[in-house]
Design a protein. Structure first.
Length: 442
């Protein structure tokens, strides 16, 4: 098996493109085949080196490697020109100056469902001749056979008047030259497929097997866009998702096997993935579901590996103790600092929390807690003795736990959200805890 991922470098790698890359990669790795990376960069204005770098960066972050490339479609233009000349010489293509208006007039005369047929004018754009008889059948692993009757197909334009190739010719020739056996791509390319097959037939080349993937929609059923949240791979990376979790979730957007599992490791995906089991229906990208999947993968890392990743993500060292008491509460790497940043940056500024919990009653509770905690020796400063000391405060004041723990939390963290209060105080340390409690009483 030889597959290819062929993005156009017109911006960051969209999530839908990432899924296409993943499916190609899984298919190749599962079959012991090869994946070719081809950059379709014939649009020189939009295909900038920066955009190419963004695609490569996204693939590398996703840990989707390739066996050949990245190839530049633009570099193959001379090969494309030679094919165009050959088709013209053999009478399989012709030049015409017909405009869009000319085509509309022709269809008014011959019928709207009749494919346009032009005359050879020896100049102008190049069109491929389509026979009136017969049909081109697209064999699709996902959708079955789709029949395109030739009588309804226009003679497609395959090159501009200056001889530069257009997309459908370039793609067909590039796939042939790279010996691609399986073309796995989005369903938005279905209408291009018969044109590419006609090009391959005209040069006597074998046809690959196709699999057209359903498009991605947002959770609301509309076509996926930035308004649904993350739109690119870099967005997901910056939002603190793990590459293995993203691979897991993207694989399930339209595909599943008989076990109907949700959390699947990448080695298992490679073994189990079968593109023929991809659904024809649009899949819905739901970032809340991705967060859940990511949380599961995150907790499977273990504290040490999670700490390593969090230190790389945040740019801070020495996070181990805070990670150990917070890993059950976070779902992405980005969740960590809002939850635990107060350990390192000092209490956050949450006026609403202070107003609610540090009124006269809350300050009185903090004062009592400070006195009880001061009796805990430094060598005993662990969650259990801290809990016992605060338990005595609760009993003495005859108040509910929330009436003590929330004022304490606001005093040391600045907000009402933190890891467990006993573990928080233990990690913060005796001296720093007492200092922050003193600041509230001052």
């Amino acid at each position: 098996m030889r597959v290819r991922f062929a993005p156009s470098p017109t911006g960051p790698l969209h999530i839908g493109g990432a899924r296409t890359a993943l499916y190609n990669w899984l298919a190749a790795r599962g079959a012991g085949g090869r994946m070719v990376l081809r950059i379709e960069d014939t649009d020189r204005e939009r295909s900038t080196p920066e955009n190419v770098d963004q695609i490569l960066e996204a693939l590398r972050w996703l840990e989707l490697d390739w066996d050949e490339g990245p190839l530049s479609q633009n570099d193959a233009q001379e090969r494309h020109r030679l094919v165009i000349e050959r088709l013209l010489e053999e009478g399989k293509a012709y030049r015409t100056s017909a405009t869009g208006d000319d085509v509309r007039v022709w269809k008014e005369i011959h019928g709207a469902d009749r494919g346009y047929r032009g005359a050879d004018e020896r100049e102008g754009a190049v069109r491929l001749r389509v026979p009136d008889e017969g049909a081109t059948v697209v064999h699709d692993l996902i959708r079955g056979d789709t029949v395109f009757q030739h009588v309804h197909l226009d003679d497609p334009v395959i090159a501009r008047a200056d001889g530069s190739p257009l997309y459908n010719l370039a793609v067909a020739i590039d796939d042939h030259d790279a010996e691609i056996t399986h073309v796995i791509r989005g369903e938005d390319h279905i209408s291009n497929t018969p044109k590419q097959l006609l090009v391959l037939e005209a040069i006597g080349a074998p046809r690959p097997i196709y699999a057209h993937l359903p498009l991605l929609h947002g959770a609301d059923g509309a076509k996926l866009s930035k308004r649904h949240g993350a739109a690119s791979v870099q967005d997901l990376r910056d939002a603190g998702y793990l590459p293995e979790a993203v691979r897991n979730y993207l694989a399930l957007l339209g595909w599943g096997d008989q076990d109907d599992e949700t959390i699947i490791s990448t080695p298992d995906l490679i073994t189990r993935f079968d593109v023929s089991r991809v659904s024809k229906n649009p899949a819905r990208f739901d970032e809340q579901k991705l967060r859940w999947v990511n949380g599961r993968h995150l907790r499977e890392l273990g504290t040490q590996e999670l700490t390593t990743r969090l230190e790389a993500f945040t740019g801070h060292d020495g996070l181990g103790p805070a990670v150990a008491i917070s890993e059950e509460k976070i779902q992405t790497l980005a969740d960590f600092w809002p939850l635990c940043g107060f350990f390192y940056d000092g209490p956050s500024d949450d006026p609403a929390a202070r107003e609610r919990w540090l009124d006269d009653g809350g300050r009185a509770a903090v004062t009592e807690a400070r006195a009880a905690l001061a009796l805990v020796a430094d060598e005993q400063w662990t969650p259990e003795p801290i809990e016992e000391a605060l338990g005595r405060v609760l009993a003495g004041l005859e108040i509910k736990p929330k009436q003590l723990y929330q004022p304490l939390r606001v005093a040391v963290a600045g907000t009402t959200v933190s890891p467990g209060i006993f573990e928080t105080l233990a990690v913060l340390g005796r001296d720093e805890t007492l200092r922050r409690l003193d600041a509230i009483s001052a």
